[in-house]
Design a protein around this ligand. Structure first.
Ligand code: NAD
Length: 475
């Protein structure tokens, strides 16, 4: 494991050096920005195995899942940005009303300047590099604070950034929570935070001290509604993949299922068959599957096993799974029935391989349940009734909605990704990520000499007054 370089430089020194660079980068051209992005892409291609090894060492992440959920999201984000950046950067003309006759208006996208990216542990590579791509595309410098819970990946990230950038351009600062707190004291021009709603509030409070803008990519409980007329085999396969990839340690993993009571027994059968097929097709035991990540640390392992114990104690039934092994931090994919709102599992974001299933009798009941809780990061709706899709879209609020699939929206380059209120503020990915790191500067060009407004200057005679009232009346 390489040793951290962070401690060699003081945070204020790095921050000051980025001030100079940020003002130079304000003028950076499309070509300069894409060459920075290409260097990241080339490094990743060359170090694909190192990235896989780091994730394997951090929490036993299967190589295929690292390729799919850590490397592909980043390389595809770069490809998409390379294709579109010139268009995104170019000033956009806007239309004008009659009152603005003779003027022209344009939106210029200028880099905000110095950015801070605070990343979580659950996708420790892609959730640090993804926002960096948006920052570099927008022309910002960046300090990345990776998670302390995934040291192998954080060290590799630091190695990559040290190889590709001067610390006045991009720096990785590793450390515990105190390091994050020290960084948050500085007057950054933008903070992009990915993590829990609780820490999101701390970040926003600190940012308010400097009126720094924030993007908060947070979490929470993302529900799944299963309608009475659903292809249950199809739904079960999609839900299981979305839930158990990364062993459920995914911000947009289906947190719990609300199933129409008429489909419950068939749904449970499909879920159980599906788990068996995905992780134990040769009947050696799920624990021996090479395709299931482990829980990141003992604290999270204990939190999750406590959820199971607490739910069981309060009357929940383990329909499938429930086994675990503290030595390897393995938790079997687990389905819980008869869950109640007083159980911890229905109060906290689960963030692990446990799937509670509740039933409802009519769609209103399911929507009321969702609407009485904090707005989810993602809402998944399975079923064939298009009227019901519309109903759910109109009568609930969430960061994203996916109909007849889950988690997939994360990979759509043209959709904004993010939450609302408790699940987040601002959007990530593609153009939306680029906008977060850009100041949308509205620029108005007026002609020299006589303009419409000349007539509106004092002294306010009859003509001026008539003109002002016609403005109110007609425009
Ligand atoms: P976390 O909030 O505990 O930590 C995130 C980062 O904040 C880490 O780098 C950590 O060092 C730092 N941090 C922790 N406590 C801090 C404090 N008191 N002051 C300043 N900085 C602090 O989150 P996590 O456990 O790493 O990640 C899990 C959470 O992240 C879940 O809630 C999940 O839903 C969410 N998440 C959201 C997205 C998204 O895109 N919306 C993606 C992944 C994870």
């Amino acid at each position: 494991m390489p040793t951290s370089q962070s401690s060699l430089f003081s945070i204020p020194d790095i921050f000051s050096s980025q001030a100079v660079k940020a003002s130079q980068w304000k003028k950076s051209t499309f070509r300069e920005r894409i060459s920075r992005l290409k260097s990241i892409s080339a490094w990743i291609k060359e170090h694909q195995q190192d990235i896989r090894n780091a994730l394997q060492n951090d929490f036993g992440k299967p190589e295929a899942e690292t390729d799919l959920s850590e490397i592909y999201p980043v390389t595809s984000e770069i490809t998409h940005t390379l294709k579109n950046l010139e268009k995104w950067m170019s000033p956009k003309s806007v239309g004008k009303p009659l009152t603005m006759l003779g003027t022209s208006g344009k939106i210029y996208l200028e880099p905000k300047g110095r950015s801070l990216i605070i990343a979580p542990w659950n996708y420790p590579f892609s959730l640090a590099v993804g926002p960096l791509i948006s920052a570099l595309a927008a022309g910002c410098t960046a300090i990345i604070k990776p998670s302390e819970l995934t040291p192998h990946t954080s060290n590799l990230l630091e190695e990559m950034i040290t190889e590709l950038f001067d610390q006045s351009e991009v720096a990785v600062i590793q450390g515990e929570i105190e390091t994050s707190q020290e960084l948050l004291k500085l007057p950054f021009d933008h903070i992009f935070f990915t993590g829990s709603p609780a820490v999101g509030k701390i970040v926003m409070k600190a940012a308010a001290g400097h009126l720094t803008s924030v993007t908060l990519e947070l979490g929470g409980k993302s529900p799944v509604i299963i309608d009475r007329n659903t292809d249950l085999k199809d739904a079960a396969g999609k839900i299981l993949w979305g839930k158990f990839i990364n062993s459920g340690q995914t911000c947009i993993a289906p947190d719990y299922i609300l199933a129409h009571e008429e489909v419950l027994s068939e749904l449970l059968m499909e879920l159980k068959v599906g788990i068996q097929k995905m992780y134990d097709s040769n009947y050696k035991g799920i624990e021996h599957s090479p395709d299931l990540s482990r829980i990141v640390n003992d604290k999270h392992f204990n939190r999750l096993t406590d959820y199971i114990a607490d739910a069981e104690k309060l009357g929940a039934k383990i329909e499938f799974g429930g086994h675990y092994n503290p030595a390897t931090r393995y938790i079997e994919p687990t389905i819980l029935l008869d869950v109640q709102d007083n159980m911890k599992i229905m109060q906290e974001e689960i963030f692990g391989p446990i799937l509670p299933v509740k039933t409802y009798q009519n769609l209103e009941e399911a929507m009321d349940y969702i609407n009485s809780r904090p707005k989810p990061l993602a809402l998944y709706h399975f079923g064939n009734d298009k009227d019901n899709h519309e109903k759910v879209l109109q009568e609930t609020s969430s960061g994203n909605v996916v109909i007849n699939d889950c988690v997939l929206h994360y990979s759509h380059p043209n959709l904004p990704f993010g939450g609302v209120n408790n699940s987040g503020i601002g959007k990530a990915h593609g153009y939306f990520g680029f906008l977060e790191f850009s100041n949308q500067k509205g620029v108005l060009r007026q002609r020299v000499g006589m303009t419409n407004l000349t007539l509106l200057r004092p002294p306010y005679g009859l003509k001026a007054k008539q003109l002002i009232s016609s403005l109110i009346k007609w425009f």
